[in-house]
Every structure is written in C-alpha cells, then in structure tokens.
Unconditional design. Sequence first.
Length: 238
Amino acid sequence: MTGKLVCLLVTVILFVPLSHADESGPPKLSIDANLYPYLDPIKNDTDFTFLINARLPSRFSYFSFQNFKGLTSSDDTKFDRSEQNLRWTIWQDLPVDLNAQGILVDGDGNDIFQLGVGFRLHDVEFLREYLARLNLIYRLSFHVKRFSSGDDSAWQMEHVFRMTFPGLSDRLYLSGFLDQTFDLDVRNGVPSKPIVTEIQFGTRVYKDLYAVAEYRRNDFRLGAEENFALGVEYKFRW
C-alpha cells in the first residue's frame, strides 16, 4: 500500500516540471480534483479523485486518475484504485496512439498492466466535421495484451468521451468512460462481458470550480453495481 501511494506522489512530482518543458511550445498540464460528499446507495464508494492530464514532448501524452475512499465518510481515508496511461502518437497527422496502461488496485495481486492502441475518432477525417458540430471528443482504445496475476487472455475495449454545449451554455459539460472486458474468466453472477463506467455531468459555478453529478456502474461489484454521486470539482491548469 505504501509503495503505491509513493508511486502516485512521485508521478505528480515528475509531471509538474515536465509541463514546463519547451518543444515548439510548452506542453500542457491539468489536474482535476473531485470531492463527493454525497453517495447513494453505496456510501463507502470512492469519494475523492484526482486526474492528471499532460501533453509531453515527442508526441507523448500522459493521463491518470487516483481514487480514494473514506475522506468524507470516515476517519480512515485509503487508496482504492489508480489507472496510469502513457500514450505515444505514431505520426502527428495520424489519429492513432500506442498506449501502455497500468492499473493499481488496493490489495495484493490485483494490479494489471495492458498494452494497446487507441483511435482519436474526433481526428478521423470523415468524422472530424460531424463530431466537431456535436462538440464531442471521443477516444476508442483496444487493450489487446494483458499482464496480470490472473487471466492474461482477457482484453479490453475502452471508450472515453467529453462533450460541451456552447449553444446552450459554456458552463456545461458531459464526460465519462466505459470499459468492457472480453474473454475474462468471471466468477458466478458477473456478466460474461462486464463493464465499468462513470458518466459525469458538470456545470461551472465560479471560475474553475464546478458542481458535478456522476453515475457509476461496476459489474464486478455484485449486489452493489450502481451508484450515484454528487460533489464538486476544481480544475488546475498550467
């Protein structure tokens, strides 16, 4: 546990100075901190999350999130789950990225490492104009090779999106992800193609402070698959 938290802290320390590196213009760094004081019906769900998104030199980019439990519901805040992604754009004009993904999960023997390829559909020529009219950014990734202490034959399809509504209000956004796992040796009761998804609706309250509502579903959490969260988000930008 301590090692994982140290790893996350080192990640932040390393990528903050990288955001100021110079290569034909400074790479960008953003950190979003989310606090969810209201959870229903699963009260012990994730209640604090921070996300890091960095554009790095040489067509690399980095994205991660870190989830914690117990910050608002108890005196025992603990690490829950983290996902670390390092992406490399093969060619500047090609909307394809190679992706290395590490998933760190509380407990022993739960971590997963995956390799895959991602497609930025909003940069695909015949989709670009249509998705731009919808103000939709959409990434579809296939993690085709998995390394874990469990079932390495499984593979995953990941959808990530963000949509804004400038015609209605520049304060609103809708974002989220959906992971679907295939060829996984699941236990009784878990669907054969389980999904994990979070969909967040946010509205800007003041400057970089947002009010957010989030729907969550995790098919691996038998009997407690769905949850709803209300909270606040603050966006840091460099």
